[in-house]
Design a protein around this ligand. Sequence first.
Ligand code: ADP
Length: 286
Amino acid sequence: MASDSDRGNLWSKITKFFSGKNADHVEQAIIEASQDGELEADEGSMLLSILRMDDLQVQEIMTPRTDITAVEETCTVAEAIEAIVESGHSRIPIYRENRDNIVGVLYAKDLLEEAIAPDNHQKPVSGIMRPAFFVPETKNVLELLNEFKSKKNHMAVILDEYGGTSGLVTIEDVLEEIVGDIEDEHDAPKEADIVALEGGQAFLSGRAYLEDINAELGTSLASEEVETIGGLLSHIAGCLPGPGDEFVLGELHFKVKEADNKHVHKVLVSNLPPRKSENHADAGSE
Ligand code: ADP
């Protein structure tokens, strides 16, 4: 966790960079400060992520309906325990007849109490569910974060414009937008989106944002149409690039290392500009 002195240090850097700048220039100031090594790369990424959240709707970060683990209200305590153990999630929505009609949320901790009394195992879960918290797909992510804080309820069921279930969002999904992926006990380990290597090279995940790449690697990638490197290479190719495909953008050379028929997973970028803060970064834990 950041200490008070770390926080004070970051705050003084932020006030220094933003003083006298209007909102339009804040993003550029963060990118420049990161490129100059005056902000740490992860500080720059977090600040850019917070700015991005101003325009971010919950539908862009939700777990989609098709991936939701949910059980019907007539399901027994024993069946619900099985669903929770199998999915690894600690809260699951409860529906009536179909998933468009969510009527509550079941918490694993409430099930524990029932689980210790075998007589309760055949009871329907409808007796122990809690109310669901519904929000529309178009809700702003920062507003949802505030509601999560004030309601002390950290899961929202996302509704489409017709009142059907579109997905769900938990506080973890919101925090991941700021700090990057948070690995749970049941998550498979994930690689960082940007991994700088020796000799002016870096591995990028296809979902790495152009802004973050610019901030961390000192590049100037830009696009009106797309936000990620996978999107940019697909846009240039006019189709989804496959492993081995190569691209030259200015001085930079990109080679797709891993891709499937839906996503670019891993890209090697070479010929990166030397970083002004290279000595500083080398002295760190990289
Ligand atoms: P948990 O630890 O119970 O999985 P988190 O709040 O840590 O809950 O969420 C981790 C990820 O799992 C998030 O992306 C969230 O949207 C997703 N998630 C949480 N509960 C469910 C569920 N019942 N079905 C599908 N995805 C879920």
